[in-house]
Design a protein around this ligand. Structure first.
Ligand SMILES: [Zn+2]
Length: 384
């Protein structure tokens, strides 16, 4: 048993490049998937909004939220970050589906920041810059109708499973996977630490033998990966799983995903651990369930319990002084999060009208997220 553990540890160490000394000066290219408010930007109805309402779910919007947080964390660690886009509402030139909310991509917006949407243009830029790391951020959807109870983590690289055409892609995804999978706030229906979905795009999408090369000469299935840089596209979760979609409606939940991506990249470059820690959780009812056609949850899972919209979570320091609070949104996810906390002991007070408040003691450790999943009972009404 010990021998196997040691071998595994040695194998993990061998993955990261020996010369890596942290993120300082490294060039990281971050590509938030999609770009605008079109029908191709993966719009979905949610419990509060209709499909195509810009307030509703668009994968283009949530991928950007993840990417901006990832950028900020990478820059704080000294990396140079290039993003294909920093805004939502841009579409590739000539997109016939463009809406009134979209602008066609140009080489820069009014702040001088480029907004690239076209996948070949992005791949060409990546190939010419040749960054140290490339990551494409997405969420996934099942075919054949909405609301399927399917939610797993998937990494895809250019090539066949077990044979990355840009060498180093499999190793990068393998190092990143455990950080991304560690999300107790979601409900995974398959994939695990033991059974990791890290696949070649040609094999996963069913395209072997390799199709036609792009104009740069690279073969593969996913257009954005057809360049020379070791890289992957990560489907962070399934937005077609409705309770997860409701979570993705919360920007801070997406930011937490950005932080998990950061940890995977930081580990690859053997960077210093972050000095601060985080708290993330979901606040739900102890005994009420959600009954809504837009909330098809996995039976018996944490997702069965009704999220407490509008509740307030107070953060107290060790001397029991309230230092921050988080107002839970109205998007049926119950999410709350506290960022950049000094390691130490804290307390959380969960407060929702009509429910009995509870207090929970938590410890925040550097470079880690402390997860909490409190559930509140309804206040007992005295009937006389
Ligand atoms: Zn996508």
């Amino acid at each position: 048993m010990k021998k196997i553990t040691l071998l595994l540890a040695a194998a993990m160490l061998a993955l990261a490049p020996a010369a890596a000394k942290g993120l300082k000066g490294k060039v990281i290219y971050v590509n938030p998937g999609h770009g605008g408010w079109t029908i191709n930007d993966r719009p979905h109805a949610t419990m509060n909004y209709q499909e195509m309402d810009t307030m509703s779910f668009f994968e283009s919007k949530t991928c950007l939220w993840k990417g901006l947080e990832l950028r900020d964390r990478l820059q704080a660690a000294g990396a140079k970050v290039i993003m294909s886009r920093t805004r939502n509402g841009w579409v590739a030139e000539g997109d016939k589906n463009a809406t009134v909310n979209d602008r066609f991509e140009t080489y820069a917006d009014e702040n001088g920041q480029q907004q690239l949407i076209d996948l070949f243009k992005i791949a060409s830029q990546v190939d010419s810059i040749n960054p140290d790391y490339f990551i494409a951020l997405h969420s996934n959807a099942t075919g054949g109708g909405d609301g399927k109870k399917v939610n797993y983590l998937l990494y895809m690289y250019r090539g066949e499973t077990g044979n990355d055409y840009a060498k180093g892609s499999i190793d990068r995804a393998t190092v990143a996977y455990p950080y991304m999978w560690n999300n107790p706030l979601t409900v995974w229906t398959s994939s695990s630490m033991e059974d990791r979905y890290i696949a070649g795009d040609l094999s996963w999408m069913g395209g072997t033998p390799p199709g036609k090369p792009n104009a740069l000469g690279y073969t593969g299935w996913l257009a954005v990966l057809k360049h020379r840089v070791p890289s992957f596209l990560v489907e962070g979760s399934f937005h077609s799983y409705q309770p997860e979609r409701q979570r993705l409606m919360n920007r801070d939940y997406c930011r937490m995903e950005g932080i998990r991506h950061f940890r995977g990249i930081n580990a690859w470059f053997k960077g210093k651990p972050e000095k601060h820690g985080y708290i993330a959780g979901t606040l739900k009812s102890a005994d009420e369930r959600v009954d809504d056609p837009c909330f098809n949850y996995v039976d018996g899972s944490d997702d069965q319990w009704k999220p407490l919209n509008g509740a307030v979570v107070y953060l107290l320091n060790e001397r029991n002084v309230r230092i921050r609070h988080y107002k839970v949104d109205n998007e049926w996810n119950g999410f709350f999060g506290f960022f950049y906390l000094k390691p130490g002991k804290y307390s959380l007070i969960y407060d929702a009208p009509g429910y009995e408040s509870i207090i929970e003691k938590v410890e925040v450790k550097k470079n880690e997220t402390t997860y909490c999943k409190p559930r509140l009972h309804r206040t007992k009404i005295d009937i006389k």
